[in-house]
Design a protein around this ligand. Sequence first.
Ligand code: CS2
Length: 495
Amino acid sequence: MRLSAATLANLPESVLRPTYDRSAAEIGIVHLGVGAFHRAHQAVVIEDCLARGEKGWAIAGASLRSADTRDALAAQDNLYTLAVRSAAGEQLRIIGALHECHVAPEKPAALLARMAAPATRIVSLTVTEKGYCHDPATGTLNEVHPDILHDLAHPDAPRSAIGYLAKALRLRRAAGLSPFTVLCCDNLPANGRTVKRVIDRFAQLLDKDFGQWVAGEVACPASMVDRIVPATTDEDRARISAALGLEDRWPVVTEPFLQWVVEDVFPAGRPDLALSGVEMVRDVTPFEHMKLRLLNGAHSTIAYLGYLAGHETVAETMADPAFATMIRAMMDEEITPTLAMPAGTDLDGYKGALIERFRNPALRHRTWQIAMDGSQKLPQRLLGTIRDRLKTGAPVDRLALGVAGWMRYVSGTDEKGAPIDVRDPLAARLAGVAAAAGPVADRLAPALFGIPEIFGTDLSADPRFTKPVTTALTALFRDGAAKAVASMAKQDQAG
Ligand code: CS2
């Protein structure tokens, strides 16, 4: 038997479930990118809002590509299990906040109609960094991106998230409706302002008058989102279904921790997110830097170096004491000095908790998964921190080791000579650069520095950055990642 509204009553008592009247809630949010992260993060916060009795904020989810989520959830009345895992065990909860699932390429008109509906007041997004079709180094629209070229030529049949937002906003404007608020929930730097810049520019390229309206009327609050959500595996699906006594084909697996910090600018209204634990603030920047630099910066470093050292998961990597020492020192010595937190922030506690979260033995978060899309992630995770360090003349050795780890990884061959499945929108270009340079740090590093979409033009010209990266890359090719990390950790212990 399948999990569905009709079978909810069959669940074991320990499984939490919606106890409010789902049918009384109206769709007020359209979410683009209804993947595991959204379903374990924003949807859970919204579920708490609905459970408190808010009626206007159920979610219509949309996938911009694959039909998997819609297909799996259709037979389940869009219900799915949230499995919260830690060393202490697994807590299961059925989430009911999702009311509809769209597959954009199948029925674009249905999704656009939902986005343009008067009751829709927020369109939120988790489409990953590359989904914004921007230049990661500058945060501006990539005007020669194939999807953007397509959407500018065919604005009524968009492909990209940006194209959908623009078309839906045009429909609203034509109907005399006010715009929805666009809420970015991706790990982009200054994500609100970045999305605003990208949408404003796209709209302006479409039509000047519409562009002015978008620039003046559409709000894009910034937000910092945090919850570790590894890809769900077949093993997860089998274990969770067995525990439910019902088959759930689309559960999500996550950790106990959840944080969401949101800039409080919602001219079209919003649910009372603060009552569901969201921090509503005037300026997200310090929280964003804290999270992108400490968590994601460390995560990417662990992903590249851990993968190269032969570790399959983050927890496995962090079980190596040298990695744990190096990562903590990177946080304390090189990242923390770049953060300017509001008074009262317990950064020490945050970092300690972070290391524990990375060590969570019940999550199998693959280094390979986090290693994806490095070209889109490096700028905000490591390079921004490096720029801030260089401004004050401070050393960047551990951050440089992280960048070198990425370079060694995108060289495409692991330490045993096996090919690495490098997933990245720039994969073809990276492979070309790597093939031309060969496994030689002095050739590969400068060739990769020469990609301005990643490094801009400042870093590649600054020997205080290029030297330590090249030195670290030399060590990675010569000694391997485990040894390179161990020797860095030794200095940390000695220091
Ligand atoms: C990870 C993030 O896959 C990745 O790149 O670093 O998804 C990370 O798990 C989340 O940002 C945690 O909030």
